[in-house]
Write a protein that binds this ligand. Structure first.
Ligand code: BTN
Length: 279
């Protein structure tokens, strides 16, 4: 049993999902800097598990994967639909050597890596700031970043990725059917989740190294060419209120360049949520 799994057992989650055959584990072992993933058949939330492991001292590069989540966390306190046997639910534990303000960009870095991975398995993808991956105009994946820091800096960041892989339309709750999609729906075929996971870890390793070496600017191209919002009118909620305006892409640190209706100056928005969009 690997170290991660021993820790998980200590936290009272004792179901182990052996998705991976020997050669699959061997493949994943080669996609440094990641550890061999801790597989759980079911857990409440891989982000919660990874945050707890981080507090217990788990190392940078720890990966937690579940086949199902009973309390998957989405952004803004929303639940993340996480049935068994269909999708990827992955959390990456990072201890980045950067100030907290820079570490907040890691969810954008994960978005670029996720798009790399999805396109590598043959499905065109675009990125909707700040944390969504879209395929064919619908959301196929979301990213939830959670960070712990103290006055000395970042202690750890957990990047959680939920990617709809083999969901069919009927698998989504009715209120999501016209908004959500999956790789299977887009491509008309099923995918081996572990292959997609290997691509994701590989891509994130590359994009993370680029980010640590040169900041978000060094991977901004990877965002720009897939930018779902550039040129659109959006309804943006941010601290201090909400309003419509136009999006002019991202700046070099990953802030949204937003021109509020009636204003003459583009503003840089570092955090917020897109509530609605038009062409
Ligand atoms: C969103 O609201 O778009 C973000 C969804 C993030 C879901 C993933 S699934 C794996 C990880 N564990 C969680 O509890 N949430 C994230």
């Amino acid at each position: 049993m690997n170290e991660g799994l021993r820790r998980i057992r200590r936290h009272g989650v004792d179901m182990e999902d052996r998705i991976g055959e020997e050669e699959v584990l061997e493949t994943l072992r080669t996609v440094l800097p990641w550890s061999v993933p801790v597989f759980l058949a079911v857990t409440d939330s891989t982000n919660r598990v990874a945050m707890e492991m981080a507090e217990d001292g788990a190392k940078h590069g720890t990966v937690v994967v579940a086949d199902a989540q009973t309390a998957g966390r989405g952004r803004m306190g929303r639940p993340w639909v996480s049935p068994a046997g269909k999708n990827l639910y992955v959390s990456l534990l990072l201890r980045p050597p950067v100030p907290a303000v820079d570490a907040t960009r890691l969810s954008l870095v994960a978005g670029v890596a996720l798009a790399d991975a999805v396109e590598a398995v043959g499905v065109p993808a675009s990125l909707k700031w700040p944390n969504d991956l879209y395929c064919g105009g619908r959301k196929a994946a979301g990213i939830l970043a959670e960070m712990a820091s103290d006055p000395d800096g970042v202690r750890h960041v957990v990047i959680g990725v939920g990617l709809n892989v083999n969901m069919e339309e009927a698998d989504f709750p009715p209120d999501l059917r016209d908004k959500a999609t999956s790789l299977r729906i887009r491509a008309g075929r099923t995918f081996r989740r572990v292959d997609v996971l290997a691509r994701l870890l590989d891509a994130f390793g590359t994009r993370y190294a680029e980010f640590i070496g040169g900041g978000f600017a060094s991977l901004r191209d990877g965002w720009d060419r897939r930018d779902f919002l550039r040129g659109r009118r959006v309804l943006l909620r941010r601290q201090g209120g909400e309003g419509w305006g136009a999006v002019d892409g991202l700046d070099t640190v990953g802030a949204l360049r937003f021109l509020p209706d009636g204003a003459s100056t583009i503003e840089s928005v570092y955090s917020g949520e897109i509530l609605d969009f038009r062409r």
